[in-house]
Design a binder for this molecule. Structure first.
Ligand code: HEC
Ligand code: HEC
Ligand code: HEC
Ligand code: HEC
Ligand code: HEC
Length: 337
């Protein structure tokens, strides 16, 4: 290949980054169009996108750096590697789909509008090209792809689990479930459709309830507890290794109700955990329930039992009991015998 072709290729490869480089090198604005806004903070979007801004403010993305749970576990971010995703630079800077790097600005904005919506040329990216609109959004396939979420959401395999599921084969994305369609009002009071920015997950009970179907039935002398993952586009529970889902039961006799017993726990253990999650699991075995799959457990019913009670619990951490605010009762069943 001759020199001219090589230079041509080099320019073609580097061109998409020119904007980011210009954006990052402060004081050197010559490369930017004279009137292009420098997008640096979510507050710049607030006046024109009030609903989106309010949704984002109530989201866990907004509190990623201020969340007390995260501050406690990261030793107030003295563990610097925790900043990579909890106070990230824009995805476009490191590359959509690549692990993000930490920033040192806008500490109260966590995962911000800028993190997701800044394009490689310093402009705004979205679903449609809208040159007539003040923020001049441009369509970006990379921004819309599931890979954009993977930059931060594949540490524990959530994105890989989704990619292996029937949801992905049917053309869904993470946004299908986590960014539901919502109605928005334009400045002139006309309506248009938009996408929610609350990103409900495991801190929202209705979202948790959508994930699975729970059943308790009697089959001869046995109690059968069944859980099917019907609504999570990935394992249930997913992400953090301390999330757990428990199927519990107790027998009721003429004397009253016995103690609650755990029939099965769905969870991904920490790497250094020696105890198996359930009797019969290998040490370190992941028992999360993949999308579309069903798990049944059979328990022999002793003589003298007049009723069985069964419950499905979601726990933000496995080291708590039923009374803890970290435990959420999702389903409850009673079978009279
Ligand atoms: C690769 C990106 C990434 C890195 C690095 C990372 N996190 Fe996270 N963290 C996430 C994502 C994504 C979530 C949301 C998923 C969830 O809540 O299960 C999360 C959630 C959390 C939560 C749960 C918050 C809540 O309110 O329940 C805690 C606590 C946390 N992280 C602590 C840490 C600590 C401590 C470190 C450093 C040792 C760290 N994270 C490093 C991506 C990351
Ligand atoms: C001066 C007002 C103004 C500001 C500031 C502004 N926008 Fe916009 N933006 C608009 C208008 C108006 C629309 C078009 C809405 C409609 O469809 O009616 C829009 C549309 C969008 C879209 C949708 C593109 C699509 O796919 O159709 C995105 C994404 C967007 N803005 C992101 C942002 C972000 C992120 C910021 C802050 C960094 C921002 N905007 C700042 C006025 C603004
Ligand atoms: C730059 C990193 C980053 C990107 C990109 C990102 N997230 Fe997150 N996300 C996080 C972090 C960090 C948290 C947890 C913050 C906390 O709880 O402190 C989180 C939390 C969540 C939660 C859980 C909320 C809860 O209740 O715990 C959902 C759902 C979510 N993100 C979905 C998405 C989806 C869908 C995408 C892609 C459109 C996406 N995220 C892109 C970093 C990211
Ligand atoms: C079919 C709907 C659906 C799809 C598709 C889907 N999710 Fe979820 N997601 C759920 C439900 C339901 C929950 C609540 C149950 C749970 O925590 O597993 C959830 C929970 C979460 C949580 C909270 C976990 C925690 O511990 O805080 C995160 C983060 C998340 N999803 C990210 C993603 C990402 C990233 C994608 C795409 C790769 C995705 N989801 C695709 C339905 C979906
Ligand atoms: C975690 C990444 C992420 C964050 C943070 C985020 N967005 Fe978005 N936003 C998206 C994605 C992805 C879409 C496109 C969804 C689709 O069309 O499939 C979108 C769509 C939009 C749209 C068009 C749809 C609508 O509802 O009007 C606007 C406007 C917008 N975002 C503005 C903002 C603003 C303003 C902020 C900060 C307050 C923000 N976004 C924060 C990922 C994000």
């Amino acid at each position: 290949m001759n020199l001219q072709t090589r230079i041509g290729i080099a320019i073609a490869v580097l061109a998409p980054f020119a904007g980011v480089i210009a954006f990052l090198s402060s004081g050197d604005d010559n490369h930017l169009e004279a009137q292009q806004t420098r997008w640096e903070s979510s507050t710049q979007c607030k006046s024109c996108h009030e609903d989106v801004f309010a949704e984002w403010q109530s989201s866990h993305h907004k509190i990623a750096f201020t969340n007390p749970e995260v501050r406690a576990l990261s030793d107030d971010f003295r563990k610097e590697e925790c900043m990579d995703c909890h106070l990230p630079r824009p995805l476009a800077v490191t590359g959509f789909g690549k692990r993000t790097l930490p920033r040192r600005t806008h500490f109260d904005e966590g995962v911000s509008c800028i993190t997701c919506h800044l394009g490689p040329d310093g402009g705004i990216v979205g679903r449609n090209d809208r040159p007539e609109v003040p923020c001049k959004p441009k369509r970006s396939e990379e921004f819309l792809a599931v890979d954009a979420c993977a930059s931060c959401h594949n540490q524990h395999g959530t994105t890989d689990q989704f990619l292996a599921s029937h949801y992905q084969k049917q053309g869904n994305t993470c946004a299908t479930c986590h960014m539901p369609e919502v109605e928005r009002q334009r400045g002139d009071k006309s309506k248009r459709m938009g996408r929610g920015h609350v990103y409900d997950g495991c801190h929202d009970v209705p979202t948790l309830k959508k994930a699975s179907e729970f059943a308790a039935t009697r089959d001869g002398g046995e109690l059968v507890l069944t859980l099917k993952n019907v609504g999570a586009g990935h394992n249930f529970p997913t992400e953090e290794r301390h999330r757990a889902v428990d199927m519990m039961y107790r027998f009721v006799t003429a004397e009253g109700a016995g103690d609650w017993q755990r029939a099965w726990r769905f969870r991904m253990p920490y790497r250094d955990e020696m105890d198996p999650i359930n009797p019969g699991n290998a040490s370190g075995e992941n028992t999360q329930l993949p999308a579309g799959e069903t798990k049944s457990i059979r328990v022999a019913i002793p003589d003298g039992v007049v009723a069985v009670e069964a419950r499905l619990w979601y726990r933000l951490t496995p080291f708590v009991d039923d009374a803890s605010p970290q435990s959420t009762l999702l389903e409850e069943r009673r079978i009279e015998l």
